[in-house]
Write a protein that binds this ligand. Structure first.
Ligand SMILES: Cc1cc2nc3c(=O)[nH]c(=O)nc-3n(C[C@H](O)[C@H](O)[C@H](O)COP(=O)(O)O)c2cc1C
Length: 158
């Protein structure tokens, strides 16, 4: 077994316990700096979606990788370390009895939002963990289906 030397030292987390008005203001500012192109207008819509999520979610943890360019640990590994830290945080959230969901869809790849939260390239956000208290699952709720294990695993026999 290989010794695991890559620790998640690259992960930096920010708890977004937003004052909704401040979040909306900051997001609006980042939005206006983006210019008037169609792409930028589309991104503004996305940024407002982030500020709405911040408003209605008790806690959002933004997880990002502080990437050191040219380091002997390659960049993909630095980013994966932050991803592993995010997953461990999500497990801890569930262990504590809360509910959490990892989302990237909302601006995790938007350079302006990355910069706003302190992750200028090559550093980058790996995602947002939306955390709250889950509603009890109704007894008749459909069980999530999983693909058969054989579809995504294989055994290498040499
Ligand atoms: C890296 C990553 C990014 C994700 N981004 C989104 C997202 O933007 N929107 C979304 O609805 N689900 C997203 N998901 C999926 C949810 O976090 C969750 O895994 C999914 O709802 C399935 O949950 P389940 O496997 O417990 O049923 C993402 C998952 C991962 C691992």
């Amino acid at each position: 077994m290989l010794a695991a030397r890559a620790r998640s030292w690259t992960a930096k987390t920010l708890a977004l316990r937003a004052d909704p008005r401040r979040a909306a203001h900051e997001v609006g500012r980042a939005c206006r700096r983006g210019g008037k192109s169609a792409r930028s207008r589309e991104r503004c819509g996305d940024r407002r979606a982030l500020s709405r999520l911040v408003e209605r979610t008790p806690l959002i943890i933004a997880v990002g990788a502080k990437v050191a360019a040219g380091h002997k640990i390659r960049e993909s590994e630095q980013v994966m370390s932050a991803g592993a830290a995010a997953m461990n945080m999500l497990n801890a959230v569930h262990l504590l009895g809360y509910g959490g969901m990892w989302v990237t869809g909302l601006n995790a790849y938007d350079p302006k939002i990355n910069a706003l939260l302190g992750f200028e390239a090559p550093s980058q956000l790996v995602g947002f963990l939306a955390v709250g208290t889950p509603r009890p699952t109704p007894k008749d709720a459909p069980k999530p289906t999983r693909p058969p294990r054989a579809e995504h695993t294989a055994e290498w026999m040499g």
